[in-house]
Design a protein around this ligand. Structure first.
Ligand code: GDP
Ligand code: MN
Length: 385
């Protein structure tokens, strides 16, 4: 679950990370009131669950409350990367001398949380990682020992931070680490971590990604979910209990079971194709859920074909096929070639598989008895064969 900048920064602040004073507003008058209360120049920031808001014009400096109101009106009408702006954060403007980067993610290869720091902050860190990786410094954190002072100091030294700032930097690094672990986050970052003109460190931006599988033990964090601000398809997937991750390929995947879904993606790649998504529809064959899965997959314009890979173990294949047929009824047929006009390849094995395949073949679906065969056919269909 992604949360907004203002929510992330409030969590950081609870762990002792300094943040600018400010508050959220949902309309221009409210933004003006916040600016009046803060006094002095403010920065008006679009609260949307994507990065790069600055570049998109979603972050503006205002010298007066009247200007804050005007800018808030403009930003609240914007759509950034497809997401409408419904809230703005009005923060005390900072006098920025330097922009640093400080972040935490899980390094699955190392089986550790990794803390990263860079003097090249403020800009897109993925771009820094791609073009000048030597500017990013990392320390791996032992889960039993936690972040050690010497590790934070090493990072401060590596990014060339003024000696006087080593101690506050270490405190912020500890706070961020505690916020990360305490919230079961998968990402926590401050970009930029600002060095102000008078030599203070302040988290000007904040981003957190919380592990959905741990939210049950953070009821207070679950409440931060902003349903309106989430991607509509990811929201639909979650409401139906589907695990869905959008990818860049063109072969939509609908599979029962996470392991089988990963195998399906691998085998698509093996045969020269690219999966458009990871999707686990779970057990059973409820038509509503299959229909939701299909709608979500087909909402992606890149999808040229759909590969349905079902292992009928507990659920019989003919039942699954009937679920798919009922689902197809629910997905609108579009003359433009979208909807169910997208070719579908179905690999169905298990109890009553012949019956299941026969039912699906009647709808014009290509069927396959093996995963290799299905992958080959799906790749060919995606390439227009
Ligand atoms: P992002 O573009 O979505 O990552 O949003 P950020 O909050 O990181 O803001 C982008 C950029 O706006 C920062 O890197 C700063 O250069 C600038 N910015 C943000 N807050 C302030 C502020 O209080 N004062 C000034 N002068 N610039 C700011
Ligand atoms: Mn940022």
């Amino acid at each position: 679950m992604n949360i907004h900048e203002y929510q992330s920064k409030r969590i950081f602040a609870r762990y002792g990370v300094p943040i600018p004073e400010g508050d959220v507003a949902t309309d221009p008058a409210e933004a003006r009131a916040v600016a009046e209360r803060l006094g002095g120049p403010v920065v008006v920031k679009a609260q949307v669950l994507v990065g790069g808001r600055g570049k998109a014009g979603g972050i503006k400096l205002a010298r007066t409350p009247a200007e804050a109101e005007e800018l808030a009106a403009r930003i609240l009408g914007m759509t950034i990367k497809g997401l409408p702006v419904r809230k703005v954060l009005v923060d005390q403007a900072l006098d920025i001398a330097q922009e640093l980067y400080l972040g935490l993610v899980i390094d699955r290869g190392a089986k550790r949380v990794v803390m990263m720091a860079s003097a090249a902050g403020g800009i897109d860190i993925e771009e820094v990682a791609a073009t000048t990786p030597e500017k990013i410094f990392r320390v791996l954190i032992d889960p039993f020992l936690g972040l050690q002072d010497f590790q934070a100091r090493a990072l401060a030294y590596a990014i060339g931070l003024d000696k006087a700032l080593a101690r506050p930097f270490t405190r912020i690094a500890h706070g961020l680490y505690q916020a990360f672990v305490g919230s079961d986050a998968s990402l926590a970052e401050i970009n930029p971590l600002v060095v102000t003109g008078d030599g203070q460190l302040v988290a000007a931006d904040g981003k957190m990604n919380l592990d959905d599988n741990a939210l049950f033990r953070h009821k207070d964090l679950e409440e931060l979910r902003d349903l309106e601000a989430e991607d509509p398809y990811e929201r639909e997937a979650r409401l139906h209990g589907l695990s869905y991750v959008k990818l860049d390929g063109n072969i939509g995947c609908m599979v029962n079971g996470a392991g089988l879904a990963m195998t399906t993606m691998d085998i698509i790649k093996l045969y020269g194709g690219e999966p458009a998504n990871f999707l686990d529809i779970g057990g059973g064959a409820q038509a509503d859920r299959v229909a939701a899965a299909l709608r979500i997959i087909l909402s992606d314009e890149n999808v040229k074909t759909v590969l349905l890979n079902i292992f009928g173990g507990i659920t019989r294949c003919d039942e699954v096929a009937r679920g798919v047929l009922a689902a197809l009824e629910q997905v609108p047929r579009s003359p433009a070639g979208a909807g169910t006009k997208v070719p579908m390849v179905a690999r169905l094995v298990g109890t009553n598989e012949e019956e299941g395949r026969r039912l699906l073949a009647e709808t014009g679906m290509v069927t396959a008895a093996t995963l290799e065969d299905a992958a080959r056919k799906a790749v060919a269909a995606a390439k227009g064969g």
